[in-house]
Design a protein around this ligand. Structure first.
Ligand code: GLY
Ligand code: MN
Ligand code: MN
Length: 455
């Protein structure tokens, strides 16, 4: 497997340039007021037990604005003599901590290599932010990430109510910049797309290896191990979200992540798994017969989902509303199930959100923005109206059908009992045709049948 992977992995893309981070910062600053104080806090470190921590992942806004991945950090920006100045508070170099936990760039390393104007020790953050607060009238900060900084800012606003009365200085309001940053993150640059394409290519190779190793009796956990092995072997940081590896009726549980059952002959295995590369997520689902050949009834459902997915992908075009893929997928799925006799209503009745039969078998949306977060930021309906696709947006397209015979809320047709199928790709909106970042991952019935069990 490893020699084959070496041949199949693409070259890693160039890292995102500091000049691009500077441009992102400037786009945000240009929407702020001159007397705003911007504070971006790192994600907190989370304890697993004693001195063992959960794997650290910094907040995506921090990654987006300055590419800083390490914990215990705060980004602060404010205008000084008419120019925006960006300060990053970081962990100081400390030989004892570094022996135990790993090397740190420290203040000097941060200033030398990151797109910032000033680096200071995190231990000085509260004191320096307190001084900066005195000259700000509005604080732009998302609360809830760093309780000490939250308190400092809120106390400062309360205290300076009086100071402002007397001296006209001091913060009077707190605002959350998340929605401004989300608007920027929603449209991906060329270099972001390069990271995302790489992540999707490695993830596709992981799905291909899973298919090749598919056979009756293999454990869902073993398939998960193959996926995670390929993610890491491809130099990504691992899974962007917990792998879903569900065989048989487990495939009808949308976010099944226990992955502890053996795969039984004849069943469909649903895998929803994607890697994270330099912070950027991939999100791919494939569903295939563990024994290598679709049964007639599995193939019937699979082809309906695939046709729906292709119809939905075709809607991923500049100017279309973001929900056009969802509506196309719903219509295609409903018509397919009417043709099979599973849905006994007319097409328009089947699509009714309250009484339509489609929602019995297809109960989720067809996609979500993807980027630094797998379920990425960006308002779907600004001003209450569906957002229109623009070049550079990336959305998943992931219709499915789920016939859980174990469910008590509906009567599952016996012919399709315990079949769950989802097909998911990551689609870039371009000025032309949709660009499927995960297109290396096979999905036609013929391609899948030719690959499963060939390892
Ligand atoms: N992997 C979760 C999702 O597809 O949204
Ligand atoms: Mn998804
Ligand atoms: Mn997914």
């Amino acid at each position: 497997m490893f020699a084959e992977l070496e041949r199949s992995f693409p070259a890693q893309p160039a890292v995102i340039a500091n000049s691009e981070y500077r441009a992102r910062q400037q786009r945000l600053f240009s929407q702020l007021r001159a007397d705003d104080l911007l504070i971006i806090c790192a994600n907190p470190v989370s304890t697993r037990s004693n001195d063992v921590h959960f794997t650290y992942r910094n907040h995506s806004d921090m990654l987006y604005l300055c590419g800083w991945f390490d914990p215990e950090s705060i980004m602060m920006a404010r205008q000084v003599k008419g120019e925006w100045k960006l300060t990053l508070f970081v962990q100081s170099s400390d030989i004892l901590s570094e022996i135990w936990e790993g090397r740190r760039p420290g203040v000097d390393g941060a200033l030398k290599q990151w797109p910032i104007d000033e680096a200071l020790p995190i231990d000085d953050a509260e004191e320096i932010i307190e001084i900066a607060l005195q000259d700000a009238s509005r604080v732009q900060m998302r609360q809830g990430l760093n309780p000490s900084i939250d308190n400092l800012v809120i106390e400062s606003i309360n205290r300076r109510d009086r100071a402002r009365q007397h001296f006209g200085k001091g913060p009077v309001s707190l605002s959350d910049p998340s929605s401004l940053i989300a608007e920027l993150r929603l449209r991906k640059s060329k270099s972001e797309i390069n990271q995302m394409r790489y992540s999707a290519q490695v993830s596709s190779q992981a799905h291909i290896q899973a298919m090749k190793h598919g056979k009756a009796g293999i454990g869902e956990w073993a398939i998960e191990a193959i996926l995670e092995c390929v993610f890491k072997y491809g130099a990504t940081s691992g899974s962007a979200y917990p792998c879903i590896v569900g065989c048989g009726d487990n495939a009808t549980i949308l976010h099944y992540t226990v992955n502890d059952c053996p795969c039984e002959a004849g069943d469909i295995l649903l895998i929803d798994a994607g890697s994270e590369y330099r912070g950027y997520a991939a999100d791919i689902t494939r569903s295939w017969p563990i024994s290598g050949k679709f049964t007639e009834q599995q193939a019937e459902l699979y082809q309906i989902v695939l046709d729906a997915q292709l119809a939905a992908i075709d809607q991923c075009r500049v100017g279309n509303p973001y929900n056009a893929p969802h509506e196309a997928a719903r219509e295609s799925l409903a018509q397919g199930l009417i043709d099979l006799g599973v849905i006994t209503q007319t097409l328009s009745e089947a699509l009714d959100p309250n009484n339509g039969q489609l929602k019995n078998w297809y109960m989720h949306n067809t996609g979500h923005w993807i980027g630094l977060d797998v379920h990425d930021v960006g308002i779907y309906k600004p001003d209450g109206k569906p957002r229109l696709f623009e070049e550079g947006m990336v959305i998943t397209v992931e219709p499915g059908l789920y016939f859980g015979a174990w469910r008590t809320d509906v009567d599952c047709p016996a012919r399709y009992a315990d079949i769950g199928i989802r097909i998911e790709d990551d689609v870039l909106i371009t000025s032309g045709d949709p660009d499927v970042l995960s297109s290396d991952c096979p999905k036609s019935i013929a391609d899948i049948e030719s690959i499963v069990g060939t390892a």
